[in-house]
Design a protein around this ligand. Structure first.
Ligand code: BGC
Length: 467
């Protein structure tokens, strides 16, 4: 696919125009509305019922890795409070709940011995969702690799493809009778980039030499996971969730436009194109040609899998410029905070137009059947006052982004669902508890939950009108 690097929205602060207030009905009666979570960010109970350490447990114990020395040993204590938290999902009006499985609860040794207590926990969670009329969506891998596997090289070791296939099969056997929607990997680019190259995320490995083998093993695993699910659960709807950001060059110079194409290749094309049979996007980023060193005969075929849907996770747009100071990528981002555009509490550009453009961009791939926004949301500085969290900026963010989704859908993009990120304020990886993304405020000292005004807005928006 030739990606069109857009030239007109360097300041993508401008908004799609809302002609009438947003209504649930505008998205169609079969559009899926959900809220997304991830095991490590909410569960806590890291040593309960036979769970082994994952890479994040070990990473969080090291000094200086997580803001304020935070850790996820208790997080939101969702492991023990899932029943009441699922009531909140229902109260907010969502009919789909996306959660991830902790590999270390299911296979504490990474592979081999199955921990029945781990299976039992997710069975209780799934059954509770179904009892409440909420459809469970499983993510198999949301970054919490069992530490024992990291000791054997983790995603650097090609054997991970087999380990992941085994884990996938165990989950398919255990939960496939009740779960129809499956997401294989969550944001593999973050694993390769932050986990194994810059070291900002667990397992904290640094070095560009890790990047290509890790990318390749993740790309092989996403396809292999898909194949295992399809074989064991022929009725399942199988997807993969990738991060994506609309990329804009800082100027119309040839160097900036090439830099934007490289960024686009990394941020948007790297994991979808091999699955679609297009190979890695070497055209825009020649460095990727070196990946052939890690490819074996038959890999081009092995990388392919025909996913039923692609999960897109979009938060912001990026503006990039050429830079001689950044070897390999030769580019740098122009921070949103220097561009006079609206930003969230993490300094991410609020760019509903970027959501619209990215949906259009992915829609252009011939092999993409269906798109689902599997994450979208924003962190702001929330302060409870008199039992209320008046987070108007977050509500505004959601309204504008949903308007952009609606615009893309009306123009023919086959988008069938939207998941807000996220239900509860939670362990936001290296930011610890300092970044709050929830629709529900969590007091981490008392574990008290308060539905924010944005959560109440969703409840009103999603309420079905009686016919
Ligand atoms: C991840 C989430 C994370 C969110 C906000 C996504 O990249 O999948 O786990 O909390 O973004 O940073």
């Amino acid at each position: 696919m030739t990606t069109v690097i857009n030239q007109h929205t360097k300041q993508s602060g401008h908004r799609p125009s809302t002609t009438s207030p947003l209504a649930r009905e505008d998205f169609g009666s079969d559009f899926k509305w959900g809220v997304a979570t991830a095991a490590y960010q909410i569960e806590g109970a890291v040593h309960d019922d036979g769970r082994s350490d994952c890479v994040w447990d070990v990473f969080a114990r090291k000094k200086g890795k997580i803001r304020n020395g935070d850790h996820a040993r208790h997080a939101c204590d969702f492991y023990h409070r899932y029943e009441q938290d699922l009531e909140l999902v229902r109260e907010l009006g969502f009919e789909q709940f996306r959660f991830s499985i902790s590999w270390s609860r299911i296979l504490p040794d990474g592979h081999g011995r199955v921990n029945q207590a781990g299976i039992d926990y997710y069975n209780r969670l799934i059954d509770r969702c179904i009892a409440l009329g909420i459809e469970p969506w499983i993510t198999l891998y949301h970054w919490d690799l069992p530490q024992v596997l990291e000791k054997s090289g983790g995603w650097k070791n090609r054997r991970i493809v087999e380990w992941f296939a085994e884990y996938t099969a165990v989950c398919a056997h255990a939960f496939g009778d009740r779960v129809r929607h499956w997401i294989v990997l969550n944001e593999p680019m973050a694993v390769a980039g932050l986990g194994y190259t810059t070291g900002e995320h667990a397992p904290g490995n640094k070095g560009i030499h890790n990047f290509l083998p890790v990318v390749h093993h993740l790309a092989l695993s996403q396809a292999e996971g898909g194949r295992v699910l399809r074989r064991l659960l022929p009725e399942a709807r199988i997807g993969n969730a990738i991060s994506c950001s609309y990329v804009v060059p800082n100027s119309q110079s040839a160097a900036d436009i090439r830099a934007a194409r490289r960024a686009d290749a990394l941020m948007n094309r790297l994991f979808i194109e091999p699955a679609l049979g297009l190979g890695y996007p070497k055209d825009a980023f020649p460095f990727l040609s070196n990946i052939k060193r890690f490819m074996r005969e038959g890999d081009r075929e092995r990388l392919k899998f025909d996913f039923d849907f692609w999960g897109l996770q979009n938060y912001f747009s990026v503006v990039v410029q050429h830079s001689y100071l950044a070897p390999v990528m030769w580019l740098k981002e122009v921070p949103a905070t220097l561009r006079n555009v609206p930003t969230t509490g993490l300094g991410w550009e609020v760019s509903p137009m970027g959501m619209y453009e990215i949906l259009k961009q992915f829609h252009r791939y011939q092999g993409v059947r269906e798109l689902v926004i599997t994450e979208n949301g924003a962190a702001f500085k929330d302060k409870p006052q008199d039992g209320k969290v008046d987070d108007q900026e977050r509500t505004g963010y959601y309204q504008e982004y949903l308007d952009a989704v609606k615009k893309a859908k009306n123009e023919g993009v086959n988008i069938t669902g939207y998941f807000a990120w996220t239900l509860l304020d939670n362990f936001e990886w290296a930011h610890g508890y300092s970044a709050r993304f929830g629709l529900v405020f969590v007091d981490f000292k008392t574990q008290e939950r308060t539905v924010k005004e944005s959560g109440k807005w969703f409840a009103r928006f999603l309420k079905k009108t009686e016919k």
